[in-house]
Design a protein around this ligand. Structure first.
Ligand code: KG4
Ligand code: ZN
Length: 351
């Protein structure tokens, strides 16, 4: 153990990324929450293998993700998703494990027990095949989901909306990003899941609320849009307003679809207003949405409407919105100038 403690992984590939001058095949592993995923991506954009094992059914019975159970499920699935990714790469483009340029793994933010499973698998692969290892930030990875199968290049303004985060990010270059706004309380996905629970929808509530909202009247109830400075957001007041509204029916039938539609209308308008303000002040003509909540129908619709005002809008297809490893591989390719070593640790919250 003594010898391995400070070992650097192989630096055989001295440069990785757009300036490397040769084809990069990066295998990445993602296990920060309730999806065990492995993917191989060529040059940060071309997905040649993509495998996701979801634990949604397991956690549904508990109404949310149970960290210890999630970590155990990652242990059960990790070797299966890795084998399947290697198999797809062989079948699709005849790439063997020895042809992988570098191995990457999500280091955080996320559930520590879950992250450890994926990160240790990625490090082990790097040691086994004597290749470099790259640790990837999960939030940066969500942004990079937009590089998959597209020709998007910075600069652009990004809206990152997930279960844990709500941020407006000024992406100046592949490696230079500044968070210019974020939520002061609940994340958008969290607000969706909490509101879904209080109107009696099963976990995961966000997508179900979205579906019901499409059948309701968005103008049925006037809900408050929080006033927060700059590009920041607040969603806890809105959640409380929905709670009050639900209670006001006092035993009568609750108009679930109209409540969902009104909530969705308020959230999507708030996000659009701040994002537009940030876009106008930056002068950028490109805008990107990322994160699990970027799968939301109304948020997508409102942001894609910006195309009528001359902006180019990018949003990953559904499979790259929610947690996956292809976005992690892309991030390792575009965001790194350094390799990580055996001591690389996981972290639970944004550093
Ligand atoms: O990015 P993600 O897969 O996991 C992290 O939080 O990192 O995002 C999951 C979140 C959950 O809160 C889920 O309810 C929400 O994204 N979500 C949605 C939709 N699809 C997923 N929220 C609203 N509408 C959707 N269609
Ligand atoms: Zn995520």
């Amino acid at each position: 153990m003594k010898n391995i403690k400070n070992k650097l992984f192989s630096k055989e590939a001295v440069t990785i990324g757009p300036k490397s001058g040769y084809d990069n095949y990066i295998m990445a592993i993602e296990s920060s929450c309730d999806e065990t995923a492995c993917a191989i991506v060529k040059n940060g954009r071309e997905v040649i293998a993509n495998v996701v094992a979801s634990q949604i059914k397991t956690h549904a019975q508990f109404g949310g993700v149970i960290p210890e159970i999630a970590a155990r499920e990652h242990l059960d699935s990790i070797n299966i998703v890795i084998d399947e990714a290697f198999k797809q790469a062989k079948e699709n483009v005849n790439i063997n494990p020895e042809d992988i340029t570098a191995f990457a793994g999500t280091v955080g933010p996320g559930l520590v027990g879950c992250l450890l499973v994926g990160l240790n698998a990625a490090k082990t692969l790097a040691l086994t095949y004597d290749k470099p290892f790259i640790g990837v930030n999960h939030l940066n990875a969500h942004l990079c989901g937009n590089y998959l199968d597209t020709d998007l290049k910075p600069p652009f303004m990004a809206l990152l909306v997930s279960g844990g985060h709500t941020q407006i990010i000024d992406v100046k270059s592949y490696s230079e990003q500044t968070i210019i706004g974020e939520t002061v309380d609940d994340a958008v996905g969290e607000a969706y899941d909490k509101v879904a629970r209080l109107i009696g929808l099963p976990y995961p509530g966000g997508p179900k609320l979205d579906k019901l909202a499409q059948e309701g009247n968005p103008q049925a109830f006037k809900l408050p849009e929080a006033r927060v400075d700059g590009y920041n957001f607040s969603f806890s007041g809105l959640k409380t307003a929905v709670l009050r509204l639900v209670k006001s029916f006092d035993g009568q039938e609750i108009p679930v679809k109209d409540i969902c539609a009104s909530f969705q209308e308020t959230v999507s308008s708030t996000l659009l207003h701040k994002l537009k303000k940030a876009l106008e002040s930056s002068g950028y003509k490109q805008v990107v949405i990322a994160g699990g909540v970027a799968a939301n129908s109304e948020i997508r619709k409102k942001i894609f409407n910006l195309e009528k005002e001359g902006y180019k809008v990018f949003a990953p297809p559904m499979k790259y919105c929610t947690d996956n490893a292809a976005m992690v591989a892309s991030c390792a390719y575009f965001n790194t100038n350094t390799f990580d070593d055996v001591n690389t640790e996981v972290f639970s919250r944004v550093k």
